[in-house]
Design a binder for this molecule. Structure first.
Ligand SMILES: Nc1ncnc2c1ncn2[C@@H]1O[C@H](COP(=O)(O)OP(=O)(O)O)[C@@H](O)[C@H]1O
Ligand SMILES: [Mg+2]
Length: 224
């Protein structure tokens, strides 16, 4: 279970303080696929970064399995990011000059997974997104849909419990967006918590529940 408890983030711009996320509360359970919607600038990405251990909240707590992740030491927080969270981004963030295989393997290298275990894990993740036959291609030559499938493989390769996807279909056509949505759904069916940021109402409506952010606050919470 992931608990987002009264979370806020304040940025200071010169002397002005701006709360870009404020008093946000919700829970996510294993196997739940939820979406976060809201206009550009409403605080969605900031919230997801805080959940993913990338950005410390200015207020409130993010609890993972009963543990306040930002009360952890640097090493434990890095372990949380490495082992519990998988991120998928709109712009893929692949290394174009690395192969598909290397782009996925790097996560396991950072996590300290021994070489002997890595091959099977990478190949399983690539098979899951139907990219195993392109494992030796350079990431730079792939289509957008293929790139996003590789980035999903990278997000799932270390078997994280939480998948954070920030507008993963934002740069894809309809067909590839469907493939990505189905892969995310499959992850939830396997027991992962999947948190999707999207601008697409059809996609949001197909998740198990959505929350709407406006000026950093939840204005609608349809999670049960
Ligand atoms: N590092 C930062 N410093 C200052 N302001 C920021 C920073 N990151 C985001 N913001 C501001 O916070 C607000 C919310 O941004 P963001 O979470 O990216 O929104 P969304 O993902 O909903 O489009 C925006 O006004 C943005 O300019
Ligand atoms: Mg954003």
């Amino acid at each position: 279970m992931l608990k987002i408890e009264d979370v806020g983030k304040c940025f200071t711009d010169g002397e002005k303080e701006k709360w870009v996320v404020n008093h946000v509360n919700f829970n996510v359970s294993k196997g739940q696929f939820i979406s976060i919607v809201g206009r550009s600038g409403s605080g969605k990405s900031t919230l997801l970064k805080m959940i993913g251990g990338l950005l410390k909240p200015s207020a409130g707590r993010i609890e993972y399995e009963g543990m306040d992740i930002y009360s952890l030491g640097d090493k434990e927080l890095a372990d949380y990011r490495c082992n519990k969270i998988g991120f998928v981004f709109q712009d893929f963030f692949l290394e174009d000059n690395y192969s598909v295989y290397q782009n996925v393997e790097v996560v396991l290298m950072i996590a300290g997974v021994p070489l002997a275990d890595r091959r099977k894990m990478v190949e399983d993740a690539l098979a899951c997104v139907d990219m195993l036959d392109k494992k030796d291609d350079m990431a730079g030559i792939l289509s957008g849909g293929e790139k996003q499938r590789v980035s999903i493989a990278r997000a799932i390769v270390n078997n994280p419990c939480v998948i954070c996807a920030d507008e993963p279909c934002g740069n894809l056509d309809y067909e590839n967006g469907e493939i990505v949505m189905n892969l995310l759904r499959k992850q939830a069916q396997m027991g992962k918590m999947v948190i999707l940021i999207t601008h697409n109402n059809d996609d949001a409506n197909r998740t198990d529940g959505k929350i709407r952010l406006q000026d950093g606050e939840i204005v609608k919470n349809e999670l049960e």
